[in-house]
Structures are given as structure tokens and as C-alpha cells.
Design a protein around this ligand. Sequence first.
Ligand SMILES: CC(=O)N[C@H]1[C@@H](OP(=O)(O)OP(=O)(O)OC[C@H]2O[C@@H](n3ccc(=O)[nH]c3=O)[C@H](O)[C@@H]2O)O[C@H](CO)[C@@H](O)[C@@H]1O
Ligand SMILES: C=C(OP(=O)(O)O)C(=O)O
Length: 430
Amino acid sequence: MEQYVIKGGNPLVGEVDIAGAKNAALAILSAAIMTDETILIENLPDVRDINVLLEAISEIGAQVERVDKSTVKINGSTIGNLSVDYEFIKKIRASYYLLGALLGKYKHAEVPLPGGCNIGSRPIDQHLKGFRALGAEVDILHGAIVARAENLHGSHIFLDVVSVGATINIMMAASMAAGRTIIENAAREPHVVDVANFLNSMGANIKGAGTDVIRIRGVETLHRTEYSIIPDQIEAGTFMFAAAATGGDVTVRNVIPKHLEATTAKLEEIGCEVEEFDDAVRVRAPHTLHRTHVKTLPYPGYPTDMQPQIAVTLALAEGTSIVTESIFENRFKYADELSRMGANIKVEGNSAIIDGVKKLTGARVSAPDLRAGAALVIAGLAAEGVTVVDDIVYIQRGYENFEEKLRSLGAEIERVSSEKEIQKFRLRVG
Ligand SMILES: CC(=O)N[C@H]1[C@@H](OP(=O)(O)OP(=O)(O)OC[C@H]2O[C@@H](n3ccc(=O)[nH]c3=O)[C@H](O)[C@@H]2O)O[C@H](CO)[C@@H](O)[C@@H]1O
Ligand SMILES: C=C(OP(=O)(O)O)C(=O)O
């Protein structure tokens, strides 16, 4: 088990390059197996979830060739197994995208129920409703989703909740269903648009991605393409809040500022100066952070994946802030850990009430999930003294070279794997 050890107190200063978006990449890699021709994908983030999905894709028989750290070639012509192994899939949520991809291409898929972060109950009823509407028979058998169809046909699907996963999954399967599909109440996240652009570059016919009505004309085959994944808005936002919480001045590069607007607006409300460039955003922290309220919402609202990061920053703001989580019911598991660092945070229902304190103090804390883990690292960077973050395997799911990027901004952070190393770090930093 690895840990991060952090000596807090250094304002983060400098420039940092943002990797490709994990949550776009997971869907795009799955969609890449929908043709028998070779697909080249660039700007892949080098993170655990991506590596697990690539293993699963090669396990079902596709050819996966790593060209370099952020580029991969995939050829799905050799897929011989439509049943995905539980070992791979239990680790990640986005394994469910293999359902839409395999069902679209082969009209048959067997995928174990997905894993991912334990941030709520996370049903997949809307995915299954969509597949059924396209003509598939879907059963849950022995812990796996089994979907089969003689033929898929277009349909008019109204999603009961705005779901990123269901929107993308249905879009993938419908791309190879006969006739026209309309998805209403679709998710509008940038990664939904990125997956639609990718599928269109393979010959699909998808219109309206980025709005809440997506129209798809099914095609018989998809073809080769080369595609570069959009930047990760959540990684970018995490560094932006790290700048704010540490009193720093950070420019995040290789981003699409438009995708960061909800985050930028909140940073400005709490007193940061945010400057936008074509593909970069600079965040300068104020002397004193102001309080604010925030509620997570589907895009273009404030993202749930950025909720813990703003909460730890507000723990250091003057006054009382309220953070309301409206997407996942179990996303405040970091609150007790943050309290152990001196924060004044109380969770009531789906809101956290945060009374800002002047300083946090380093403590031993545990990452309960990916984004909460990253937020506890931010807390450690801002705190006085040494913080040890356990269970960083969650953080590694979604942040490429996290500690190296933070160190390049002046953070004192190391990845260690024993109590001896933690002790050594403590002695070194004094
Ligand atoms: C791998 C990936 O991309 N994960 C992201 C994806 O997760 P994921 O795709 O799982 O999240 P959804 O957008 O589907 O979930 C949104 C809401 O809809 C509910 N729901 C969803 C599907 C369904 O069939 N039935 C249902 O009730 C969920 O419980 C949740 O309350 O979008 C979330 C919301 O932006 C992000 O936090 C995750 O980081
Ligand atoms: C919650 C996340 O991922 P997943 O849906 O894969 O658990 C995330 O990326 O913040």
C-alpha cells in the first residue's frame, strides 16, 4: 500500500500541463473496438483506470499497441470473446461502456456489473432501459449484464435522470442500430461531445451532442480514425483549487477554458483572480479566501467530481459556506478526515456546512475515493506540518504523475510505501 507524505505550507506557483480526460478516454477506448480497422488515439492519460480498461480490451481479443505513454493503437478485428472477465471490470466503473460497444457491433455482450468509486448507489437502470428500447434482451445473470439482440433498431428514448454513462452507452449502441434514435434529457458534459465527435470521425452519424437532445442515424459499419482526447477538466480544476487553497499562483496549460467555466466562476466568487488564455487558465489566490455556497449539478453546472476540492478550499475561507451534493449521496466521506486536520465541517443530509478556519494542521488521513483523495492532498498542501494520505490507489485511478506535477509547482510531497519511509520524510522536513 502506498501513501503520500506532504509537508504543507508552500504556496503552489508555476505552470502545469493537464493530461487527456480520463472519463472521455474510457468511453473512447471502448468505442474504438466497434470497427475492425485500426484506431489511433492520442492524449490518453497514463492513469490506472485507463490501463485496466486496456487490459480488459486486450483480454477479449482486441490488439492493443502502446505507441508511447499517451498514444495507443487499437484493432478490434480479432475480438473472439464477448464476455468480459470480472477480475478486470470490478476495478472500474466505465467497464459498462464495453456493453454499448460490444452490443452495437456484435449484438451481444456480457459484462460484469461495474465497480468504480463508492460514492453512492450508482444504478445502471437507464443504460439497460436504453438497450432494451433498441431491441436488446437484457438480463442480469450471475452478477453480469447479458445483452443480446437479433437486430438493433432505432428508438425514441427519454432518460429519467441526466446520466453521462447512459447517454454515452446508448449513443454507442445506437450508432450501429438500424434507423434513427433520439435520446432526450441527454447529459451535456464535454466528454459526451468528445465521444460523439470520435464516433462521427469513425463514420457514425450523431447530431446534437452537447445539447439535451441527441439524434443518431445508425450506420452498418464504422471505420479507422485518428483522434486526440480533450483535456481533463477535473484534473485542471483540482490544480486550480490547489492554487487557491495554498495561496498560490498556478497556470494550468493544455485545457479548454470553456469546460472550466463553473469552476472558474466559483474561484472568482471566493476571491481568486482567474485569467483565461486560448488553452490555459491562470489562478491567483487572494490574501483571504471568501466564503461561498455551491451545489453540484450536471454540466454546465458545478461538477460533482469537483465537490471535495472546493470543500477543502472553503474550509480555509472566512465565514460559513454550504456545499450541496445533488448527484451522489455518498460523496462526503472525506469530511471526518478533514475534521481531523482541524476543519470545521458538519454534514447534514446532502449538504456540508463549513465554518472556515484560519489554518489546517497535518494529520494521518485516508483517501475514501478518487476526488476526495485528491482533495485531502490539497488539504495537506495547505496545512501546517506533515500530512500522510493513505489509500492513494484511489487517487492513482485518475491523476497522472500527481506528485511529480505538484512538486514541479513547489509542493513537498512524496509517494512512499512503508512506515520507515514516512518516518524518514518526517525527520527530513523537520
Ligand atoms: C467513468 C465516468 O465517466 N464517471 C463519471 C460519470 O459517472 P456515471 O456515468 O456513473 O454517472 P451518471 O451521470 O450516470 O450519474 C448521474 C446520476 O444518475 C443516476 N443514475 C445513473 C445511471 C442510471 O442508469 N440510473 C441512475 O439513477 C446516478 O445514481 C447519479 O445520481 O458521471 C458522473 C457524473 O458527472 C461523474 O461523477 C463520474 O466521474
Ligand atoms: C467518480 C469518478 O470515477 P468513476 O465514475 O469511475 O468511479 C471520477 O472520475 O471522479
